[in-house]
Design a protein around this ligand. Structure first.
Ligand code: NAP
Length: 639
């Protein structure tokens, strides 16, 4: 994590180290200190996009940046210059826009100063954080359910706000999805330097997109650093959360593996159970007759032997895209059963390791890590949002949404063609008919190269049934399989999992949400469920990009303010007003209707059985960030 000791290479001098770092980010650091707009203007024509590889800055300019920055850093190290600098708001905006190759609206300035620890503009400092320290009642308590990314984030911020809590965690470790998902090749496809808490950056990632073990260790280390372990009850499977109207409190029941139960009474309950948590096992005819091992990606059993065997894999989503190419070289044959193809994008950083020079820059150069994080934020998030709106006048609405989306489609097709264009039959199977981003955009994990392997076949006929040692497809073909991998995703409709949740007057949450129609205000609060807060709730899943951690931090910022109202004893119950909740959800649906996720040609885990998009967030990150900065008591019934 950020506090670890820098390890400058003894082999390299400063300019050599800088030459390994990202030149655009170095440019930002330079201008942060010397405020020289001319070099920004000189570089601007050569910067074509936000990612670090989206530039062709000529060598004479690179040398100029590196030489000047090396001098500047030497001065800083020698104590001749301060380590901090404060550009004006106007300069910061110009720098940000030059950095990512497109204008950054000024509305992003408050977000960036809060999230990225930039050289702070004095007037922006602290202005947008709703949290201030307040005295807490001594007997106040919150139950957090889940010690995954959301629960850890919440616990840290509750601790900072002096709000007592305990965490019930069903596993025997923290980390949630990063603990449970151990399938070969499991990793993140959001860049790690943004897929980490903004308040706990990690400069030690070995790859730009780290693998599961490293991410799991990060969450373990953060939990340790913030002293969370003493507040976690492991192996505690929460079965019920019931609101007590009289005492304005929640009774939360957990079951342990030895059959014992514990009931904790708390003033508030915070669900951090994760949307992508409960594996979805498809209802395939004859599944019980398949005699070999069946491995769901989210419940991988490492004792099962799959090497050298005939393996079948159902599903080609984010999990399948990672496990398939990882196991293919070591199995006798891999048969991939694809129901519908996904769009897949190529990113040169996906398999790259972080070089020593880059790691050195992250750890040692002032503001480098903050600028780099901002770059990733912009590259992966809101820059795409506008292109995912439907243009009703666009003539090809069946396959794309608008001109930009069509160009993206053509570029993605060209990328696939460059890899498997010599096999028209395979090409036809893998090009989706729906617009890019209709389903979650995947990263090319050598996917097409894998499909071309001699020991891999891609089957697109529907699965008719399973028999002992075989999958039978609708064309009556028998595919001999020894081990079956289910890369079939998660049951997401029940956002709070199988937990029985009863609110005011005993209302059962399932009677409101049904099987798969969850709604909440800002994805966080539900009318008649006072003092209940949800993380990763309905319509909060980032789908145009970004990091789920960013949204989690937004939610925690909001929830802590609500809890403070309760913890100070000002009120005993906060319950979102139904009119506020309903109006918000109408806006969600109206906005989603304009977005790619509701496209008729797409089925995805974002949609429920009636086609309503209940999982993905239709807003820009900056919108969600600003709406969750300040808890508005006027939107709640307070008792
Ligand atoms: P998913 O995206 O829901 O994909 C499930 C796959 O299984 C799809 O290809 C689906 O086909 C197929 N499938 C489901 N039921 C089937 C059936 N009865 N017959 C045939 N095929 C069936 O699940 P996932 O891949 O586990 O990913 C879920 C989410 O988890 C991702 O979108 C992402 O948010 C997260 N995730 C992230 C990473 C990462 O790299 N950070 C890695 C893994 C997961 P259809 O497409 O036709 O429905």
């Amino acid at each position: 994590m950020a506090g670890s000791n820098p390890s400058p290479s003894t082999q390299l001098n400063l300019p050599d180290l800088l030459a390994e770092a990202d030149i655009k980010t170095l440019l930002m650091v330079l201008v942060t200190f010397d405020h020289d707009e001319r070099i920004l203007d000189e570089c601007q024509p050569y910067i074509t996009g936000a990612w670090d590889y989206m530039e062709n800055i000529p060598s004479y300019l690179r040398e100029k940046i590196i030489t000047r920055l090396a001098d500047l850093l030497s001065d800083i190290n020698a104590g001749k210059r301060p380590r901090t600098a404060t550009p004006t708001a106007e300069l910061l905006e110009k720098m940000m826009s030059t950095f990512v190759g497109q204008p950054i609206p000024s509305e992003y300035i408050p977000l960036t100063t809060q999230q990225f620890s930039f050289p702070l503009i004095p007037e922006a400092r602290g202005k947008h954080s709703g949290i201030a320290s307040r005295a807490t009642k001594s007997d106040f308590k919150v139950v957090i359910i889940g010690a995954g990314m959301s629960g850890i984030c919440a616990a840290i911020k509750l601790k900072e706000a002096d709000i007592p809590f305990i965490i019930f965690e069903k596993n025997d470790a923290v980390g949630g999805t990063w603990y449970e998902n151990t399938y070969p090749g499991a990793g993140v496809d959001t860049p790690n330097h943004i897929y980490s808490f903004s308040f706990e950056p990690n400069h030690d990632w070995s790859e730009y997109f780290a693998k599961r073990d490293e991410i799991f260790k990060y969450f373990e280390a953060v939990s340790e650093k913030y002293g969370l372990y003493q507040s976690i009850r492991f192996g505690a499977n929460v079965t019920d959360a019931v609101y007590d109207d009289e005492h304005a409190s929640w009774k939360v029941t957990a079951e342990f593996s030895d059959g014992t139960r514990e009931v904790v009474e708390a003033n508030a309950v915070l669900f951090g159970v994760g949307l992508l948590n409960r594996p979805s096992v498809p209802n395939l005819q004859g599944l019980e007759k398949f005699e070999g091992p069946v491995l769901h990606t989210a419940q991988w059993d490492s004792s099962v032997k799959w090497k050298g065997k005939r393996v079948g894999m159902i599903g080609t989503g984010a999990s399948g895209m990672q496990v398939g190419p990882t196991i293919a070289p070591e199995v006798e044959h891999l048969t991939i059963f694809q129901r519908s193809p996904h769009w897949v994008t190529y990113n040169p950083n996906y398999h790259r390791r972080v070089t020593p020079g880059k790691e050195w820059a992250l750890k040692n150069i002032p503001y480098y890590a903050d600028w780099y994080r901002f770059q990733l934020f912009w590259a992966t998030a809101d820059s795409l949002h506008a292109s995912l709106h439907v243009d009703p006048t666009w003539p090809y609405l069946d396959r794309s949404l608008n001109e930009t989306n069509e160009k993206m489609r053509q570029a993605l097709i060209a990328s696939v063609e460059s890899q498997i264009g010599d096999d028209p039959e395979l090409l036809a199977k893998v090009i989706p008919t729906y617009p890019p981003y209709g389903k979650r955009m995947l990263r090319d994990n050598h996917w097409y190269r894998t499909l071309k392997r001699e020991n891999v076949s891609l089957v697109t006929e529907r699965i008719a049934e399973l028999q002992a040692g075989a999958v039978i497809t609708s064309d009556s073909q028998k595919h001999d399989i020894e081990v079956l991998v289910l890369a079939t995703g998660f049951s997401v409709g029940q956002v709070l999992g199988p937990i029985n949740v009863h609110g005011a007057h005993g209302i059962d949450l399932r009677s409101i949400w049904g099987e798969d129609d969850p709604r909440a205000y800002l994805g966080i609060t539900v009318p008649n469920f006072p003092n209940l807060f949800i993380m990763a709730g309905p319509n909060t899943s980032p789908a145009h990009g970004g990091s789920a951690i960013f949204n989690a931090e937004c939610q925690v910022n909001y929830i802590v303010q609500a809890l403070q109202i309760l913890a100070t004893g000002e009120y005993s119950a906060v319950d979102v007003r139904k009119d506020v909740h309903d109006a918000y959800n109408e806006r969600v649906d109206a906005q989603n209707a304009k977005m790619v996720w509701t496209h008729q040609g797409v089925n995805s885990w974002y949609k429920n059985r009636h086609g309503r998009v209940f999982a993905s967030i239709p807003w820009r990150m900056v919108d969600y960030w600003s709406w969750t900065r300040k808890f508005e008591p006027g939107e709640y019934n307070l008792r």
